[in-house]
Write a protein that binds this ligand. Structure first.
Ligand code: AHM
Ligand code: MG
Length: 335
């Protein structure tokens, strides 16, 4: 028999192994994560072909098989919605691409335990220029009775109620990182076998780093405290933990992923013209706030924890400050 390298666990093996330690676990969450992994692999294939769109047919045109060539974000939305609808764990979804949530109306979905909120392709404006983009997702246990259709109450839960949250980054390699209360783990897609394999076990965010990430173009539209903090970052030298370096890709998944691994702070503050900033609470900020919290970091809107905000609308926005614990503490002295 060939020796099997047991050091390399696939996503499925890992989630199933985790189940062994949870009494009464039904495996529904593992199954949901597997569904998400499958959609991610399909999206990955298309993202990798993005540069060929002009050759193979632009979005909005018709491809060789006579099918409509969809914009990648619509394609991604359809993939994630499709796998979750056909799986056995998800009662409904909400997505950045859809105005309303969808409650799946079939017997298995109605009896499923979870709802999932996602941004199918965040940073999609970066596709054309070959910059990393990502998918972000948060999973909640439904609050409505099994057997019923999921409703708004299932989707408008505070981030503290997340059971799992994660993201996929389509970058120089494709990775899926997800958190449950037990830890944050990262899986790199091994293209040769088409499986996500555990590459970053038990990720912890360093308490300090030297990266700050913010859109400097908005500097004069930020509040006084934010301006002062950014200026302080720029003035740091060896005597006070610096120098800091500024990194901003404009693709939150890539920016926060880097800061999670290396230590750093990411900010999307409110501006004079958009006091709530740009990012969406439910499927952009909450999943990252959950991941960072499990990894030892923090996220706030400048006043309260992102995870404690009681949502009132599916697509509501919030300012967001997220990153290494020590750097967040420092930021707060300015806000
Ligand atoms: P999107 O959901 O339209 O892709 O926008 C979200 C993205 C984030 O990934 C990123 O952090 C932010 O927008 C960048 O915005 P800006 O260009 O205003 O700095
Ligand atoms: Mg987005």
């Amino acid at each position: 028999m060939l020796p099997v390298n047991r050091k390399v666990l696939t996503l499925d093996e890992f989630t199933i192994q985790q189940l062994r330690d949870v009494p009464n676990a039904t495996g529904e969450l593992s199954s949901l994560l597997r569904d998400i992994g499958l959609a991610a692999k399909r999206v990955n294939v298309e993202v990798n072909k993005a540069g060929l769109v002009d050759i193979l047919g632009d979005a909005g045109s018709v491809n060789i098989q006579g099918e409509d060539v969809k914009k990648l974000d619509i394609f991604a939305n359809d993939q994630f919605t499709g796998v979750l609808q056909h799986g056995i764990s998800c009662a409904g979804i909400a997505s950045e691409e859809l105005d309303e949530y969808i409650a799946f109306d079939d017997p298995i979905s109605r009896n499923s335990k979870y709802v999932c909120l996602f941004d199918p392709l965040d940073g999609s404006g970066n596709i054309d220029v070959n910059i990393s983009i990502g998918t972000i997702f948060g999973v909640y246990r439904r609050v409505t009775e099994k057997g019923q259709l999921a409703n708004q109450d299932d989707f408008l839960q505070p981030g503290t109620q997340q059971v799992a949250a994660g993201y996929i980054i389509y970058g120089s390699s494709t990775m899926m990182v997800y958190a449950t209360r037990r830890g944050v783990n990262g899986f790199t897609l091994d293209q040769s076998i088409g499986e996500f394999t555990l590459s970053h076990p038990d990720i912890k965010c360093p308490d300090f780093g030297n990266i700050y990430s913010v859109n400097h173009g908005n500097f004069y539209r930020y509040g006084q405290g934010v301006k002062e903090y950014i200026t302080a970052c720029q003035k740091k030298d060896k005597s006070n933990g610096g120098p800091y370096t500024q990194r901003y890709i404009g693709s939150m998944v890539a920016d926060v992923h880097r800061n999670l691994i290396k230590g750093g702070i990411f900010m999307y503050p409110g501006t004079t013209d958009k006091p709530k900033g740009k990012l969406r609470l439910l499927y952009e900020c909450n999943p990252f706030a959950f991941i960072l919290a499990v990894a030892g970091g923090r996220a706030t809107d400048g006043h309260q924890r992102i995870l404690d905000i009681k949502p009132t609308e599916l697509h509501q926005r919030t300012p967001m400050f997220i990153g290494s614990k020590g750097m967040m503490d420092e930021l707060e002295t300015y806000l």
